[in-house]
Unconditional design. Structure first.
Length: 490
């Protein structure tokens, strides 16, 4: 039921707004009052165009759902098919609301107002929860769909006060013939090609996996979902927060500051994900047993999952830094280069998967995925290094050496602690495995932080600076939602 509404949303939002809106909007915004008016007019044109285009797409889908849904769900029939059609029709409004909301989010990000932006997805999920617990008892299963619509509306409405506060006012204009709108489309189209390539990659891997033992694809996706956690928490979060600052520096033609900001944020992400990747690898069995060992998984399933997980986590450092580097191209209004690199990486992934899957099974898919992510990172770094005439190479290398040394020390502590804990707890029980995971993991983190402090790593000093301090919190100037991101680039 989610598939078509989500496809509409992903094509528009991931295709245009994530790549093009903030750089163009920020380019206008830094030009003073006149530029701000032009930025608002551009945002209004995008907003109105999205409402028209997505509204038409959603309307057509609503009218033709009876014919479209059977095509994309060929295995469904009878009541199951009828229910899916009904749910899909109820959710047809969701893409329109979310697309409007993400235009608002792009504007607020450009003003570096992140609090409301972070609150919006929470309210979206809250709407779904309300649908499950309040609407379903009244409406039946269709209540979930209306909960999704409620969540999308809340996602949009919570941002309206802040949008009003920055001075934006809606106008009935659609500047489709303007240079900025044409630029938006030029930047959007390569991104859509990249998204299509990702779908081809996903389908190909699924087809390869379907020829393996039953459950192999499920094992791959479970392991991938777990290893993606630090990628989302650290990589995506840092990249999204840095996006408007990087865009502003490019708009102001501050190439040197842009390069310094980019390399420092790259180091901050590596500071967090390198030890995470190593600790996840060393504790892969404990993590998978805690999450899935007490469920329907037997011991063979658990072993296969944590072995697959182990091959995936070796590329967490690459997966977590790719979003930042891709946005470094976007802010320069270059969406073609990341797409070309992603297609090259996709070819590497598919080629290795075809070669390794017959030898290693589902673990071969995981190794191919990790190898392609590392290739993607290396190509992005190489092109950016050439474009920017080098990073602060000495600082980056020194930082990475300290991070790796400290991570190895933390990893040694993880290994040292695993065995004495196993000797005093019942490792056949959930609580015993959890205790080993918590004690060994906590010990590894403590040693890592201590070693980075002793090595005088800049990243640990910055981290300590941004932790809550007593006796008083730093005063935030009136009219801002959160401290400005530039603090991390000082």
């Amino acid at each position: 039921a989610f598939r078509v509404p989500d496809l509409i949303f992903n094509l528009i939002v991931l295709g245009a707004l994530s790549a093009a809106f903030i750089p163009i909007f920020t380019e206008k915004l830094v030009q003073g009052k006149k530029g701000e008016k032009q930025a608002f007019d551009f945002a209004t044109s995008v907003l109105n165009a999205i409402v028209i285009v997505v509204g038409l797409m959603s309307g057509v889908y609503f009218l033709l759902a009876d014919k479209i849904v059977p095509v994309i769900t060929p295995g469904f029939g009878g009541e199951k098919l009828a229910l899916t059609i009904m749910l899909s029709k109820a959710m047809a409004l969701q893409p329109v609301l979310l697309c409007i909301s993400f235009v608002f989010s792009g504007m607020l990000n450009s003003y570096k107002r992140f609090v409301v932006y972070a609150l919006a997805p929470i309210l979206y999920n809250l709407g779904i929860i309300i649908g499950v617990f309040l609407f379903v008892p009244i409406m039946g299963i269709v209540g979930i769909a209306w909960g999704v619509v409620l969540g999308a509306a809340a996602h949009m409405l919570v941002q309206l006060p802040s949008i009003w506060q920055v001075g934006y006012r809606w106008k009935p204009i659609v500047g489709w013939s303007t240079d900025d709108f044409h630029k938006l489309w030029r930047m959007m189209l390569p991104r859509i090609v990249g998204l299509a390539a990702m779908q081809v990659n996903l389908v190909t891997v699924t087809v390869i996996g379907s020829s393996m033992l039953a459950g192999s694809i499920a094992v791959f996706h479970l392991a991938n979902n777990v290893q993606y956690l630090p990628v989302g928490i650290f990589g995506i979060s840092f990249a999204q927060a840095a996006f408007p600052t990087l865009a502003e520096q490019i708009a102001r033609r501050q190439k040197a500051e842009f390069s310094r900001t980019l390399t420092r944020i790259f180091r901050y992400i590596m500071f967090l994900v390198v030890p995470t990747s190593l600790f996840f690898f060393l504790l892969r069995a404990q993590i998978i047993r805690v999450l899935f060992g007490d469920g329907a998984f037997d011991w063979e399933d658990t072993i296969l999952t944590f072995d697959t997980f182990g091959w995936l986590v070796i590329s967490i450092f690459a997966q977590a830094t790719i979003p930042l580097l891709v946005r470094a191209f976007y802010v320069q209004q270059d969406t073609k280069t990341p797409v070309v690199i992603s297609i090259i990486s996709m070819v590497v992934n598919i080629g290795l998967a075809l070669y390794l899957a017959p030898i290693m099974g589902v673990q071969g898919l995981a190794l191919a995925f990790s190898a392609s992510a590392i290739v993607n990172l290396m190509l992005l770094l190489g092109v950016l290094h050439w474009q920017l005439k080098g990073f602060d190479d000495k600082a980056v290398i020194l930082s990475l050496v300290k991070i790796v040394l400290a991570a190895l020390g933390g990893g040694m502590m993880v290994q040292v602690l695993k065995y004495p804990v196993a000797a005093v707890v019942d490792m056949q029980r959930f609580w015993g495995v959890l205790m080993q995971l918590v004690v060994a993991g906590s010990g590894g983190v403590a040693v890592y932080l201590l070693l980075t402090w002793l090595l005088k790593s800049e990243e640990i000093i910055v981290l300590r600076k941004y932790l809550p301090q007593k006796p008083a919190l730093k005063k935030i100037p009136a009219g801002t939602d959160t401290p400005r991101w530039e603090g991390l680039a000082e």
